[in-house]
Write a protein that binds this ligand. Structure first.
Ligand SMILES: [Zn+2]
Length: 275
């Protein structure tokens, strides 16, 4: 009996895998993005310059699939152009380049504000006490809900070299797939949860201690706000300026390589050898 159930489950997963591929191929056959906009957007982000030809092809396919499934809407009647859609999608898809677009399947909407926006809401803490939050932010990701972005920041007009609000918010989205945002995303079969927790807890404690003593960190001190922010900020730096993470936090770098299945610092090394 167990063997029959195993075989049925195998058949179901094979059929759903084939259906998923059939649907994706149909979307890729019918939809495309303009070459000129694609090249313009690629030029804008240094971390995309070092991708191989094959990686750029896959990224472009992921961007098409991503844009097919997501609704990107402007707040305050802001018009969202094709270039803006691709600018956001390309940064969101770099995180899942070696994973799968299905990692963003559990939600649909991206709301874009022209610039930074105000969040004004009540929330209950772990003890049930209700607090009021009022803050100016460049991005926000809601559990099973939308990602909200400031266009000025998402386009990179208003940020430092290692900052990337799109990567930050989409890292939260990946993190949220496992028990909410807590810096402990769903790990792959070849990863060890205990090792992840040990390495991240130790690095987070050390990072917070430095911030509390007022010492300089090579990475934005906002990472000390919570383990979830630590994971999101380190994901930004991992893609934008990976050598900083590799040199100053090698154990974290190794875990992020395993999680994202990418080695961004290695890409920079290879591209230097080519030039
Ligand atoms: Zn955050």
């Amino acid at each position: 009996m167990a063997k029959i159930i195993e075989k049925i489950n195998w058949l179901i997963s094979l059929i759903s895998w084939n259906l998923k591929n059939w649907r994706r191929n149909r979307i890729l056959e019918r939809e495309s993005i303009s070459d000129s906009i694609w090249q313009k957007v690629l030029k804008q982000f240094k971390f995309l310059h070092v991708l191989t030809h094959e990686e750029k092809i896959r990224l472009r396919q992921f961007v098409i699939l991503f844009l097919h499934d997501k609704q990107i809407v402007g707040a305050h009647d802001m018009e969202i152009t094709e270039e803006m859609r691709i600018t956001i999608a390309v940064q969101a898809c770099i995180l899942i380049l070696e994973l799968d677009v299905a990692h963003y399947d559990d939600w649909v909407e991206i709301i874009v504000y022209p610039g930074k926006f105000i969040l004004d809401y009540d929330y209950a803490d772990e003890f049930g006490v209700v607090h009021h939050a009022h803050k100016v932010v460049s991005g926000e990701a809601w559990l099973a809900g939308p990602v909200i972005l400031s266009w000025l920041d998402a386009a990179g007009f208003d940020s430092r070299p290692s900052d990337n609000v799109v990567i930050h918010e989409f890292a939260h989205k990946l993190d949220m797939r496992h028990q909410g945002a807590n810096g402990f995303p769903i790990l792959h079969a070849n990863m060890n949860a205990q090792i992840w927790c040990d390495i991240f807890s130790k690095a987070y404690a050390g990072f917070c201690a430095r911030v509390n003593k007022g010492k300089e960190n090579t990475i934005d001190s906002y990472a000390s706000k919570s383990p979830a922010e630590f994971f999101a900020v380190f994901s930004e730096v991992f893609f934008e300026t990976p050598l900083v993470v590799k040199q100053d936090f090698p154990a974290i770098y190794e875990q992020l390589v395993l999680f994202y299945r990418q080695d961004p610092a290695g890409r920079w090394g290879k591209s230097k050898l080519k030039n």
